[in-house]
Design a binder for this molecule. Structure first.
Ligand SMILES: CN1CCCC[C@@H]1Cn1ccc2ccc(-c3n[nH]c(N)c3C#N)cc21
Length: 242
């Protein structure tokens, strides 16, 4: 997968040299490049923002540098990338969308700042590539960089070979529509608190049932909305009893 990121704070993405993403880049699974939007400005002050038409607080990101940046990163001889624009007004970023993005050959992230990017940048881009405005959640950040870090981590871990134990992808929260069951490791008792006996029983059927039951209870208590969205086909009669 090829990933291009455009931002006025390219240094935000230094952490992408670390850990599993760093390894994915080193082995070629992920080909990532970060670009400074100011590289597409032509004035001495390298201006990327201006006052909003219609008035109001703050500044808006000018369309010209963005237009030139997106042109430079979407050469006509290559298939167009999917443009992702983090925004509080975007569609919710979910595990399902992470899987969708993990299947894309080329992602192009546009990190806005200030009050956002001039809408015409997205409208013009949509005439030549798929554009998705995406939101991490119902809270407000300073800009899109943190969102790109989150999205990139969620997507990269789904790429083949990135996670050593691909099995963990099938057992984690949101993978099967439920929150993950509680996890334990040694010692068997810690500060007087024991590990649930079933997890030390060696009975894998009982363990799987216990984990399923715990996941259902935890999801019902913390995220009843997820239970409502669960495919009834994925439940069995023992779940109903749980
Ligand atoms: C505060 N300021 C005036 C109100 C509008 C937003 C603006 C700040 N801002 C500029 C670019 C930009 C991109 C993403 C986000 C963002 N906030 N919350 C999310 N879940 C986000 C995502 N993903 C915020 C951004």
């Amino acid at each position: 997968m090829r990933v291009d990121i455009v931002s006025i704070f390219p240094e935000y993405f230094a952490p992408l040299d670390l850990s599993l993403i760093g390894r994915a880049r080193a082995n070629g699974t992920l080909r990532l490049a970060v670009h400074d939007l100011r590289g597409w400005t032509h004035d001495v002050h390298r201006t990327v923002d201006d006052t909003p038409y219609g008035g109001g607080p703050g500044m808006v990101m000018r369309p010209e540098p963005w237009g030139e940046a997106l042109d430079a990163l979407t050469p006509a001889e290559l298939p167009p990338p999917r443009l992702l624009v983090p925004s509080p007004a975007g569609v919710p970023f979910t595990q399902a969308l992470a899987h969708e993005l993990a299947a894309e050959p080329h992602l192009l992230f546009a990190c806005g700042r200030y009050e956002g990017i001039d809408q015409r940048v997205l409208d013009h881009a949509a005439t030549r590539m798929p554009v998705t405005e995406v939101s991490l959640g119902d809270y407000v950040l300073f800009g899109g960089e943190v969102a790109v870090l989150v999205i990139l981590e969620a997507v990269t871990r789904l790429l083949p070979g990135v996670l050593g134990n691909a099995g963990s992808l099938t057992e984690e929260s949101h993978a099967h529509g439920l929150l993950e069951a509680p996890m334990y490791t040694k010692p068997a008792t810690w500060r007087g608190l024991p590990v649930p006996e079933v997890l030390r029983s060696g009975d894998h059927g009982r363990i799987a049932r216990w984990r399923r039951d715990e996941a259902l209870v935890r999801t019902g208590r913390r995220r009843p909305d997820m239970l409502a969205g669960l495919d009834p086909q994925s439940l069995d009669k023992r779940d109903v009893a749980a």
